[in-house]
Design a protein around this ligand. Structure first.
Ligand code: NAD
Length: 352
């Protein structure tokens, strides 16, 4: 039996990872550690919460003594670390929360893993850190892609905090020989995505006939990957990735923000039986995000060639699945968009 700690498992990507591991590996004992911030939602895991191999633990990775005690009690065999403050806009208004969770929280987990595992010589142990392509900075030349050797150049407080955590993970691997592996993934989309992020925000606003805020001219380019494919990649790297290595994960699926918003509009019009062009009328250009990176594009050749992973869905198919999920789960959307979310949303966008 393997005991695995998955952090941030109540969040968007974490909940898909927890579901995959709980259902695919009934002989593993999965512990989901999550603080349940505004972004954590146990509703995401209702379908598996009663499985005998699943345990939820509420707690904060910033609390070092709590983390030490948790490791001492459970002697985990592996860690998949996803807990983070994850929203770039919030990192601009409250950077210290990102330093605490993403940097200090990651170091607390590294220390606990090191101290718990060193007596066994780290035999059979693995610390897997889930990170982002944003650590690499931005691209201007359309032929360029981020590879695993691209130098780090983080440009927002979010990406700086994730870059810092990546450096600490590698440093623990190098200095203490902690068995670590890191992945850097592009933008995810799919079910359970919190509606402060682009795609669910657009879907939610179209449903509520609200303006669709697009930063600047909508020229920024991102690579998009269906969240279930990211969870599959995490499963692959956790089991087959070479210790000490980094793998980039992406969809080879680049979109300008404005084009992706128009595609969401078209898909929503078709699903809601409205004339094409109805939702596009809601598009409103707003003052650009400070320091908004122009383009991110991931070269995922290494994980594809060395570990045999590849995305399972074409983007149009993934987007349709995503829209269907939000249309069939409007109660989930209503619950997460009430209260504090509304206050946050109202403070965010100013018309250009
Ligand atoms: P999310 O914001 O949806 O979820 C984060 C989870 O972490 C939440 O459940 C939250 O409650 C929990 N959490 C936050 N602070 C915590 C703390 N101090 N202690 C314990 N739990 C805490 O984020 P996500 O989009 O699912 O991203 C998960 C991970 O994947 C992050 O590390 C992020 O950097 C990385 N990532 C995300 C994307 C993306 O497109 N969303 C892409 C690449 C990498």
């Amino acid at each position: 039996m393997k005991k695995l700690l998955i952090t941030g498992g109540a969040g968007f990507i974490g909940s898909h990872v927890v579901r995959l591991f709980v259902t695919k590996y009934p002989d593993y004992q999965i512990f989901n550690l999550d603080k349940l911030t505004y972004a954590g939602n146990l509703e995401n895991l209702r379908d598996i919460e009663n499985q005998p191999n699943y345990t939820f633990v509420k707690g904060d990775i910033v609390d070092a003594s709590f983390i030490d005690a948790l490791f001492a009690e459970h002697q985990f065999d592996g860690v998949i670390h996803l807990a983070a403050e994850s929203h770039v806009d919030r990192s601009i208004s409250e950077p210290m929360a990102f330093v605490m969770t993403n940097v200090v929280g990651t170091c607390n987990l590294l220390n606990a893993a090191k101290n718990t595992w060193k007596a066994s010589g780290y035999e059979g142990k693995r610390f897997y850190h889930v990170s982002t392509d944003e650590v690499y900075g931005e691209l201007h030349n359309p032929e360029d892609f981020f590879t695993e050797t691209t130098p780090y150049d983080p440009r927002s407080p979010y990406s700086a905090s994730k870059a810092s955590s990546d450096h600490f993970v590698r440093a623990y691997g190098n200095t203490y020989k902690l068995p670590v592996v890191i992945t850097n993934c592009s933008n995810n989309y799919g079910p359970n995505h919190f509606p402060e992020k682009l795609l669910p925000l657009m879907i939610h606003n179209i449903l509520n006939n609200k303006p669709l805020p697009v930063y600047g001219k909508g020229e920024n380019v991102r690579d998009w990957l269906f969240v279930v494919d990211h969870a599959r990649a995490i499963d692959t790297v956790f089991h087959e990735g070479v210790l000490g290595e980094t793998y980039n994960i992406g969809g080879f699926n680049e979109w300008k923000n404005i084009d992706i918003v128009k595609l969401v509009c078209k898909t929503m019009d078709s699903k809601l039986g409205r004339p094409e062009g109805t939702s596009e009328q809601l598009i409103t250009y707003v003052t650009d995000r400070a320091g908004h990176d122009l383009r991110y594009a991931i070269d995922a050749t290494k994980i594809m060639n060395e570990l045999g992973w590849k995305p399972s869905l074409q983007f149009e198919e993934g987007l349709e699945k995503t829209v269907d999920w939000f249309l069939n789960n409007q109660e989930w959307l209503d619950n997460v968009t009430s209260g504090n979310y509304q206050k946050y949303y109202d403070s965010m966008y100013t018309n250009r």
